[in-house]
Design a binder for this molecule. Sequence first.
Ligand code: GLV
Ligand code: MN
Ligand code: MN
Length: 419
Amino acid sequence: MADDFERMWADLAPIGRSSTSGGYFRQPFLGAETELRAWFVEQAIARGLVVEADGVGNVVAWWDTASPGAAASGAASSGAGGAVLTGSHLDSVLDGGAYDGPLGVVSALAAVDLLRSRGVVPLRRIGVSVFAEEEGSRFGLACLGSRLATGGLSWSDAQELRDRDGVFLADALASVDLPGGAGWPGGGVLDLSGVGTFVELHVEQGRDLVDRGAAVGVASEIWPHGRYRFDVTGEANHAGTTRMEDRADPMLTFAMTALAANKQARLSGSRATFGRVEVEPNGTNAVPSRVTAWLDARCASDAELADLVGAVTRQGTERAGRDGTALVVTAESVSASVAFDASLATAVAADHAGGDWPVIPTQAGHDAGILSAAGIPTAMLFVRNPTGVSHSPAESATVPDCLVGVSALADTLERLAGR
Ligand code: GLV
Ligand code: MN
Ligand code: MN
């Protein structure tokens, strides 16, 4: 098992890695991410798994022992409990870590190898999935592939999405060589109706497991979270000749709004981040005409999230009134809280020799949250991250912890899929 895991991990290490930061740029439907998807298909074929791919970049590799004559689709395996799906994503945030996403995919393949080496012949089909554009780093909407596959996002809404260069999603898909062929929308989307359970293994994105001294944990819930675009318009003018009192400077409104968001989140025990800003015309010697910034907000409950965003919007609007600018806030995506199947979480947590794994909440979004919200009983396993850092090149996990994760995932799959 260790060899399988480490060999696969070494295959992926150079793909999309920045030689300056050591972080990863694996944006969807571009070079590195496309290479990773092709690598995944090769790995699946090498294991004799049946590859099912769609027109939006989602792929499932089926270990089809349960119903050898069945067609290769999730839907075909409906019945007593349905198929068991496990996997994650291969795309990254801009300058992201190595583990967020790929750890779940590589661990899923390694878990299949481990189950085979144990002689397990599952009664239910097991699929290893890769969902497209989980991070929303290119088209702005997180979990794009799983939202489309579960019906949480419609074609008509998806076709409005554009990347930062104005490229429409459909054009990006048509320009890339996807294993599903046809591109979008002709290639359709995965049919998950036959999936009975989903399990996603993921690197932990905080320090909870480090503090608890546990190699692995199980998710209880995902905090509600959302992305909100703040458009502030003002008046472009000369940086030298325009008296300070004569300005309508959107940068000031944005700066005060960012401070307000930070204070509001601290006061309420929530999270608020402005991590992306665009300025027009972005010149050193000009008062800007427009600042567009994106707020990522996360709270313990849906009501607290609405309150937080409402308070930040109110304070930003008041400030805009004083600055002579205008603020418009648009919710680009809002994901409600997700409570994972509690009995499944308890069973997964109890599924190891040394005692119970801790069951912990997370503030990060995942495809698992989308599948759970779509009514598929879902569990998540986390692998300890010694730095506690994520969405950064500093994200980490040790090989021994990753191997504990693979065993925990294999144990979970074995019990869910029967033998
Ligand atoms: C995805 O990792 C997110 O939580 O934004
Ligand atoms: Mn992830
Ligand atoms: Mn992530």
